[in-house]
Design a protein around this ligand. Structure first.
Ligand code: GTP
Ligand code: MG
Length: 361
């Protein structure tokens, strides 16, 4: 199961350019396979240095990285929530996504028109927010109708909590503010998959002359959305990078003063955005990386592999990837006391290599 990230933004902000760089360039850059399911859906493998090293060390039959699925949609324009433009029909695609990457045009280029005339990154993000908020308000209104009907016949029913969550989110959205909700309200609203509640990463698509620092547009976005939520990249540079022979890429990036391709940073940031980390298994001569929400326990990790393993969980033998990368085997680590035995309550850490012991049903 791959994670889903939806790419949104105004028309001509560079979404498809970035998407192509992500799905083509990246797969080649890291020499990883990738697959394209439909023209606008691409699955990329999460770059993972530890996995590469584990594979080198253990020479397994097969190596399986974790994946992220990106969905590229047509640009949203003012009025998308009312059916303007192509974007509207794609809002549904974003609803299914776990998180959002919003591409914001910061590059200046007379050849590429801007739907609203001048370059203005903050205005653009506000336009997008308004469209998402309007679409959500519709969903919320429908939800309130339904929940209030149920409450009429059962005023003390469990729908009370849902009603209160819907009313709160409606107040925020109606006044043009991003909703800030309690955990309880957030949970009550999960089935609605509201667009404005999704974690969002802003990609400032800057001119190459503004790399690597980002320039004015990038700074404005950081001021508004915080340092962690904004990345710089040049979609154009990223796509050019993807077309270069692998051996020439490092020099190309160095010329521009960039250490790491923007798409690698984007993939990792997407992973962080969703609060995920990685553990590994090495059973059956397969080296596999698995994504897991931070804070999840060993049985939950086992459940990522198979529900039977979660249900029948007995204990976990846990090593650190770094110890294995050093050349040792699990058996050697056990002999030298570096293999920990953990029970049901163990909270998995990033970089754990785990062998699960479980009862088969
Ligand atoms: N100068 C410059 N042009 C860019 C950059 N990124 C994209 N473009 C150009 O902008 C135009 C639109 O790019 P797309 O990637 O198709 O934009 P989009 O956001 O997918 O647009 P829609 O699908 O119409 O919503 C193309 O001509 C790109 O070559 C960039 O970083 N710099
Ligand atoms: Mg496009």
């Amino acid at each position: 199961m791959a994670l889903n990230i939806g790419i949104i933004g105004l028309p001509n902000s560079g979404k498809s350019t970035l998407f192509n760089a992500l799905t083509r360039g990246h797969a080649e850059a890291a020499n990883y396979p990738f697959c394209t399911i439909e023209p606008n859906v691409g699955v990329v493998e999460v770059p993972d240095f530890r996995l590469t090293q584990l594979a080198q060390n253990l020479s397994p039959d097969r190596v399986t990285p974790t994946r992220i699925r990106f969905v590229d949609i047509a640009g949203l324009v003012r009025g998308a929530s009312r059916g303007e433009g192509l974007g509207n029909q794609f809002l549904g695609h974003i609803r299914e996504c776990d998180a959002i990457v919003q591409v914001v045009r910061c590059f200046d280029d007379e050849q590429v028109t801007h739907v609203d005339g001048q370059i203005d990154p903050i205005r653009d993000t506000e336009t997008i927010f308004t469209e998402l908020a309007l679409a959500d308000l519709q969903t919320v209104a429908d939800g309130l109708d339904r929940v209030r009907k149920v409450l009429r016949s059962d005023p003390k029913g469990p729908e009370r909590k849902e009603e209160s969550a819907l009313v709160t989110v409606e107040e925020f959205l109606a006044s043009g503010r991003p909703p800030q909700l309690s955990m309880e309200h957030t949970e009550a609203l999960t089935p609605y998959r509201l667009l404005t509640l999704k974690d969002t990463l802003y990609v400032a698509n800057v001119s190459e002359t503004d790399l690597p620092k980002g320039g004015e547009g990038f700074r404005a976005l950081v001021d508004r959305y915080g340092k962690k939520g904004v990345l710089t990249a040049s979609a154009r540079i990223e796509s050019e990078l993807g077309e270069l022979p692998v051996d020439d890429r490092a020099a190309f990036l160095a010329d521009l003063g960039i250490g790491e391709p923007g798409i690698d940073r984007l993939i990792r940031a997407g992973y962080d955005l969703l609060g995920l980390h990685t553990f590994y298994t090495t059973a059956n001569n397969l080296v596999q990386a698995w994504q897991l929400p931070r804070g999840a326990t060993a049985p939950e990790a086992a459940g990522r592999i198979h529900s039977d393993m979660e249900e029948g969980f007995i204990r976990a033998e846990v090593a650190r990837a770094d110890d294995l990368v050093g050349g040792a085997t699990l058996e050697q680590l056990r002999d030298s006391g570096r293999l920990k035995v953990e029970g049901r309550d163990y909270v998995v850490e990033d970089g754990d290599v785990i062998r699960f012991l479980f009862n088969t049903p």
